[in-house]
Design a protein around this ligand. Structure first.
Ligand code: C5P
Length: 282
């Protein structure tokens, strides 16, 4: 049997770091939305108990740092599965980009193994596996426009949302999230009014949504890589309604209400960066 699962990228319309927890992680309050830029996870049953992993992107690790393999092994152990699987990951989402690529692949793998092995896992069972892999994985199980809080494991979907175009620009360097969080000082960091952002989104107020968007991690990442600020400036100058960094960066995204505007932004950014994408919010 063969199962193919789509794994959409995410952007953060809002990311607020609330405080550091005793376990060293941070309590967050975020608004995330899925976008139409996708990886694909394909799995096929094997008679032996091995997992064979291949990808079109040779930078993806094949050891214990591979989140898709982590998901496979956690499920195999928990449900006492005898067989293994051949796994193929078609990568389109840039890596170390702030777009949740590794997390959405892991979430797609959980959904795919649930089908392949006919486990009929409940949402809570899937979230329990997802939490062991990474903080963004629980959100990625369900995707869509959501308020994500706690460590990233409390997900509630928003009732309504304006639709818009997204232009993404990924510079030719990556940023590892785990190197950004230790630099946070929760007292001095700039905070984002996530509740007002949610109200604006749910009442379909596009302009108001733009005015409340923000990312508490931006200053730290821009301090390390000032090129991110240049991308933001260029994007707003070329007509985007707003430009913001996603996650811990370095990808910058611009929001446009019309496709015509998004096309103009894409053309302008192409002269500046190789990796530029125009996608829809999902
Ligand atoms: O959970 P994940 O491995 O994706 O997190 C990567 C890094 O981000 C962690 O090592 C931690 O430094 C930081 N992090 C955090 N608080 C969160 C989520 C992530 O401090 N809620």
């Amino acid at each position: 049997m063969k199962v193919i699962e789509k794994a959409p990228a995410k952007i953060n319309l809002g990311l607020d770091v609330i405080c550091k927890r005793p376990d060293g992680y941070h309590d967050l309050s975020m608004v995330m939305t899925s976008i139409d830029l996708n990886d694909y996870v394909t799995i096929e049953t094997r008679e032996d108990d091995q997992f064979i992993f291949e990808s079109n992107d040779h930078r993806i690790p094949t050891n214990e740092n591979n989140d898709v393999l982590k998901a496979a092994k956690l499920i195999q152990d928990k449900y006492g599965i005898k067989g293994g699987a051949s796994i193929y990951l078609e990568k389109k989402i840039p890596v170390c980009a702030g777009l949740g690529g590794g997390s959405t692949d892991a979430a797609a793998a959980i959904r795919a193994f649930d089908q392949l092995w006919n486990l009929k896992m409940t949402d809570d069972e899937m979230v329990a596996i997802a939490k062991q892999i990474g903080s963004d994985v629980p959100y990625c199980l369900f995707g869509g426009m959501a308020h994500v809080s706690g460590m990233g494991d409390v997900v509630s979907h928003l009732k309504k949302s304006p639709s818009f175009w997204v232009v993404l620009v990924k510079p030719n360097f990556g940023i590892s999230t785990r190197t950004i969080f230790p630099e946070i000082d929760c007292e001095s960091i700039s905070h984002v009014d996530i509740i007002s952002l949610i109200n604006a989104i749910e009442s379909n107020q596009y302009q108001e949504m733009l005015s409340y968007m923000g990312n508490s991690l931006e200053d730290i990442s821009i301090n390390r890589k000032p090129f991110i600020q240049k991308l933001k400036d260029r994007m707003t100058k070329s007509g985007a309604d707003i430009a913001l960094m996603s996650g811990s960066g370095p990808t910058v995204f611009g929001i446009c209400q019309t496709e015509k505007k998004a096309d103009r932004v894409v053309n302008s950014m192409r002269g500046f960066c190789k990796e530029v994408y125009k996608v829809r919010s999902l």
